[in-house]
Design a protein around this ligand. Structure first.
Ligand code: HEM
Ligand code: 2DC
Length: 469
């Protein structure tokens, strides 16, 4: 017999007491590890309430399949209240990230064609490749300057710039110039604002922003300042393209970028376009850069694997004879490495949906409207889901193991990551260029763990050494 919702194990009766315990355990920064512990305590399904945040949590790929089958026509994630509150406060429109219902769907359908369709990849790849080449040139220069034929550093700032330059070149069809020695302080401020925005979001997931706003708390003020910085810079970039488009009318020969394409298409209002382009620009920095940093860290820890990847890239380069799209089809192990990074170090600790219909998971009845979360971090490290999960092994994604609802780093279905194609191409091209040019080594043995700052980030600087191959 199916057991009722009220019998799902877990701590969900006293949200405020749970919030207090969560806070004592430093849960704001340990969410992923606490989730793992909860699965160990309660089993593959548990119910939870922290403050006003109520959810049912699952871990099995088979249960994920049930969840996504019940997501309905208008899939809906957890409402990130600090983000919607900011927009309400400043009278800004929601973009595709925050919209729901028919408004979301109609915008998303149009954005899909311009941002995530395979057809657009042809346009993106040459732009992204150029940024990759410039990154490599920049590192060579840094190596020369040290006079030691190597460069040892925390690459995170360089990667933030690489990611912002990449996403901007695709969105605006032109370069910001972040791979140069002098960088626009405004761009640097934009990068810092994104990090601050993420960091200040996590405490406000559990405590209503309206309350924090009322008491004038620092976290809300910082959050507003961060979004203000993000919107100001994005507005300036957008305005710049908008003006140019009016100056040189007539159809351009070369691909003009996502923003100009959307403006010329004229299917979304300018306000809708601005809102979503701002989200794309902000969503395109920390996500890919941190995933690349973790990948370099893993490659430094696994030198033999690194050589294998280098060989794959060399062969792909030779076989594809200058055709980049062909080349990207011949690097399965590089793609496996990125999946492996997202398995062990996912950007998003969980995926969540308000289910559109009643479902049965682990023999419990779960009513429509419930927020159900799939613990991505926990699933990636579960020995029943992945054979020897502690091992970083890109080849597991080739054929040997089943992939059924296991590769979910970008989410699933029509509400999955809109930036996925950009992110994948950007990261693959980055690794190609790095592997062709440098050997990546680590210093001593330093075990880096992750901290939850809305997205998962390294808990300490990752120091790596790059040497010309
Ligand atoms: C949504 C992951 C890079 C823009 C998401 C979601 C995940 C995710 C898990 C939620 C999907 C779901 O609920 O099913 C990642 C990862 C990235 C990455 C792992 C890189 C390694 C990017 C980039 C951009 C971007 C580069 C922008 C160019 C977005 C947007 C959404 C989203 C706009 C909301 C889509 C919607 O609600 O319709 N991402 N992302 N992401 N991401 Fe990404
Ligand atoms: C964080 O419990 C943990 O892609 C919460 O590019 C549930 C939750 C809800 C929404 C998720 C968030 C988590 C992690 C970061 C995500 C976000 C949706 C989109 C966002 C996954 C899992 C991200 C990083 C976007 C951000 C774009 C934005 C800054 C403009």
């Amino acid at each position: 017999v199916v057991r009722p919702f009220n019998e799902v194990p877990g701590l969900w009766k006293n949200g405020w007491a749970n919030l207090y315990n969560f806070w004592k355990l430093d849960g704001f920064r340990n969410l992923h590890r606490l989730t793992l512990q909860n699965f160990n305590t309660f089993g593959p399904i548990y119910r939870e309430k922290i403050g006003s945040y109520e959810s049912v949590n699952i871990i099995n790929p088979e249960d994920a399949a049930i969840l996504f089958k019940a997501e309905g026509h208008y899939p809906k994630r957890l409402k990130v209240e600090p983000w919607t509150s900011y927009r309400d406060y400043r009278n800004r429109k929601y973009g595709v990230l925050l919209k729901n219902g028919e408004d979301w769907r109609s915008n998303r359908v149009i954005l899909n064609k311009e941002v995530i369709s395979l057809k657009m990849l042809e346009n993106f790849v040459p732009l992204l490749d150029e940024v990759g080449q410039d990154f490599v040139a920049r590192v060579h220069k840094k190596i020369k300057r040290t006079g030691q034929n190597k460069w040892t550093t925390d690459l995170s700032q360089e990667l933030f710039k690489y990611a912002l330059e990449s996403v901007s070149s695709v969105l605006y069809g032109e370069r910001l110039g972040l791979m140069l020695d002098y960088i626009d302080p405004e761009a640097q401020h934009f990068i810092d604002c994104i990090t601050l925005m993420f960091k200040t979001t996590s405490p406000m997931l559990y405590i209503p922003p309206a309350l924090l706003k009322q008491i004038g708390s620092k976290v809300w003020r910082d959050h507003v300042e961060a979004w203000d910085g993000i919107f100001n810079h994005a507005d300036r970039c957008i305005q710049n393209i908008y003006k140019k488009l009016h100056q040189d009318a007539g159809t351009p020969k070369k691909y003009p970028g996502v923003l100009a394409s959307l403006l010329m298409l004229d299917k979304l209002s300018i306000e809708d376009i601005k809102a979503s382009v701002t989200e794309l620009m902000a969503g395109g920095v920390d996500t890919t850069s941190i995933t690349l940093l973790w990948t370099l860290y893993e490659l430094a820890r696994h030198p033999n694997l690194q050589e294998e990847l280098r060989a794959e890239v060399a062969a792909a380069r030779a076989e594809s004879q200058g055709d980049l799209l062909e080349m990207l089809k011949r690097i399965p192990l590089v793609k496996g490495a990125l999946k492996e990074t997202l398995r062990l170090h996912p950007v998003a600790v969980n995926l969540q949906r308000y289910i559109a219909e009643d479902i049965i998971i682990q023999n419990y009845h779960i009513p429509a409207g419930t927020l159900v979360q799939l613990g991505l971090y926990a699933m990636g490290r579960h020995p029943k889901v992945f054979f020897r999960p502690e091992q970083y092994k890109p080849s597991r994604w080739l054929r040997t193991e089943t992939h059924y609802f296991r590769s979910l780093g970008f989410g699933f279905g029509p509400r999955q990551c809109l930036g996925r194609r950009i992110a994948e191409a950007e990261m693959q091209l980055f690794l190609i260029h790095i592997l062709e040019n440098f050997r990546v080594e680590k210093q001593q043995h330093v075990e880096v763990k992750s901290t939850f700052e809305l997205i998962l980030v390294p808990d300490k600087p990752i120091i790596l050494t790059l040497k010309p191959v």
